[in-house]
Design a binder for this molecule. Structure first.
Ligand code: SAH
Ligand code: SF4
Length: 339
């Protein structure tokens, strides 16, 4: 049994060929899958009933299951999706005020080997990479479930996308070509895998690179992210500069704000100095408490103070709006609770 979701046009043509149908049938099926997001082959109403019956014998739309679905009061929808091997990942749909923008936050791996101390995903270790089809399926599942068209994709769910780069790049290509989501509406977030950042620079990636920096200096970053031992901030700085020079693109710096740990005035100064010669925007993420650690979220007042001090450095600074606070929306929390 073939699964149609995630196949490209020529792969669908192989199926229609084997049924003795024309290439045009493949194009129709492709449209039903990617543009009209059908759940069942029987919804493909411009195919004859006879042909649909033959198709149903060899193919199905999807093999992914929605295990849990939570809807937040702010409209954020969080899914726990199950693959045929029983592994689960989280996928989130965020609607911003401008309803025309629907952003899917997708996972790239089951679990994550990077093991950041603040992250619920990291706590459970690495299980396996997702295939590009499984990444694409997350967006298709959202579209099928809501009947809405996703306009932006961010790789900010579970996993480290740059440690599964081949599948992530292939999925991005499919988002681009089959979903008609422009390269600039795709964002890849990384904990800082230096050789892979250089590889993306050499590929001249036109999507947005987001870097989870989270700390103003080596010692603090090492506490939060063990990867700092392998890929330290001074080397990272060189790679970021290389990326900006090569691609001409502005990087997004993600900075988790944790009370008394990296939210001080001294931290602002060090961070501003570190980013001085890097073309970037800064996105502050107030820490979202997970079960097993002592970190705390700073007060609203100190978040705003950090923001305005940081703005003096001349960078554009935004605070990530809290999405789905009532539904375990921080990375890895839902999967953690269910399993
Ligand atoms: N592995 C990649 C992408 C997935 S994580 C990365 O780390 O960049 C996506 C973002 O969620 C990262 O910036 C991560 O630091 C952040 N995050 C993880 N746990 C969080 C928490 N408890 N509160 C707020 N943000 C968190
Ligand atoms: Fe992995 Fe990102 Fe979580 Fe760190 S924050 S453990 S890199 S998913």
């Amino acid at each position: 049994m073939k699964t149609l979701s995630g196949l490209n046009l020529s792969e669908i043509e192989e199926i229609t060929n084997s049924l003795g149908a024309s290439k045009f049938r493949a194009r129709q099926i492709h449209n039903w899958i990617y543009l009209k997001s059908v759940k069942e082959i029987d919804e493909m109403t411009d195919l004859s009933i006879k042909f649909r019956d033959e198709l149903k014998k060899v193919a199905q739309v999807t093999d992914i299951k929605i295990k849990v679905k939570q809807i937040s009061s702010d409209g954020t929808i969080k899914y726990l999706l199950e693959f045929p091997d029983g592994e689960c990942v989280e996928t989130v749909l965020m609607r911003f005020d401008n309803r025309a923008n629907l952003t899917a936050c997708v996972s790239s791996q089951v679990g994550c080997a990077v093991n950041c101390s603040f992250c619920a995903t990291g706590k459970r270790g690495f299980i396996r990479n997702l295939t590009y089809k499984e990444i694409v399926e997350q967006v298709l599942t959202i579209q099928r479930d809501t009947g809405l068209k996703v306009t932006n994709v961010v790789f900010m769910g579970q996993g480290e996308p740059l440690l599964n780069l081949e599948n992530v790049l292939k999925a991005m290509e499919i988002f681009n070509e089959n979903f008609q989501i422009g390269a600039r509406r795709l964002t890849v977030s990384t904990s800082g895998i230096i050789p892979k950042i250089r590889e993306l620079a050499d590929l001249d990636m036109q999507s947005t690179l987001a870097l989870s920096l989270h700390a103003p200096n080596h010692e603090t970053r090492l506490k939060l992210m063990p990867i700092e031992g392998k890929y330290p901030m001074d080397e990272l700085h060189k790679a970021l500069k290389y990326y900006v020079d090569k691609t001409g693109r502005r990087i997004t710096i993600e900075y988790l704000l944790i009370k008394d740990l990296n939210d001080t005035i001294q931290a602002v100064k060090e961070l501003a100095a570190y980013l001085k010669d890097i073309k970037c925007n800064i996105n502050l993420i107030p820490y979202n408490p997970t079960e097993k650690n002592d970190y705390e979220r700073p007060s609203g007042k100190s978040i705003m103070q950090f923001k305005s001090l940081m703005e003096h450095s001349g960078k554009k600074v935004t605070v990530r709006l809290e999405r789905g606070a009532d539904i375990d929306a921080a990375c890895g929390q839902l999967r953690g609770k269910v399993q």
